[in-house]
Design a protein around this ligand. Sequence first.
Ligand code: FAD
Length: 271
Amino acid sequence: MPTDATADRDDPTGIEKRDVVVVGGGAAGLAAALFCARYGLDTLVFDRGPSAIRRAYLVENYLGLPAVTPEEFLAIGREQVTDAGASVVEDCVEEVVRDGSEGLRVETADGRAVSAGSIVAASAYDDEYLPEGVDPTGADEEGRIDRGLYAAGWLTGGPHQVLACAGHGTRVGKAVVADRRRADGWWDAVADYWDWSVPEGRYDTDEWHEEVDAWLADTRPENVSDEHFEEVREAVKRERLDFQTTDGERDDRVAAGRATLRDHLRWPDGR
Ligand SMILES: Cc1cc2nc3c(=O)[nH]c(=O)nc-3n(C[C@H](O)[C@H](O)[C@H](O)COP(=O)(O)OP(=O)(O)OC[C@H]3O[C@@H](n4cnc5c(N)ncnc54)[C@H](O)[C@@H]3O)c2cc1C
């Protein structure tokens, strides 16, 4: 379940607490942050330092955005992530340290110390801040390196291109969510996190409840208690019912999305 680290941000030790810290606000980092934040995780992105995308002159192979400058692409992405509830801070992570046996902490050039249950390294060229011996190219397909530490995008040695790195960041963001759900006792079939919307009325029918109940019963591992099964069943249904969106909500969200694009995309004549 999403946790809320907000209450702990002003810890008297001076160490902020977040659920997720993302190092790098390029395509991979912003995509990972988007999925974590939309799920409800308190997500902070640090972004400053050597960048691949800022070396590009023009990006004209990102599906859905036929030709944009890197600055436009990053500004749109940042706003989308911020609107989803994440924070993006221009600061450079200098170190990631293990904080006791479980936690992780980042330290930044501007003197911030932030502990987080999950850290996503998405910094393309820079892996100097990672703990000694940690190799981001050894991450699994969903970016897992080791105990709460993930890597995304070009840093992993995966395929180049902005679209490919955004796709990988998405997989990593979903893995962060799924791993937290597994830690809460959700089994694999339900730990997998979907983020989508459907028209109001599509779900919440008798047939839909029967289908979901049958799927949950089929996938339930033997060692799950009745009480926990009920908790997960309720949470899974609530999550999917929240996908339902009214026509009015859809119109409002589309209008907000178009306003974001209008704010950041400039025609050559300045329009
Ligand atoms: C010259 C050139 C032109 C290119 N043109 C294209 C193109 O036209 N189309 C295309 O699809 N791909 C293009 N690419 C490839 C594309 O830029 C990369 O594949 C993609 O941007 C990688 O995404 P990423 O998120 O992994 O890294 P990046 O986009 O580089 O993002 C990494 C981010 O991490 C930040 N960062 C680094 N270190 C730290 C730190 N310690 N703390 C905090 N933040 C940090 C950086 O500032 C940066 O914003 C081009 C690459 C180059 C070099």
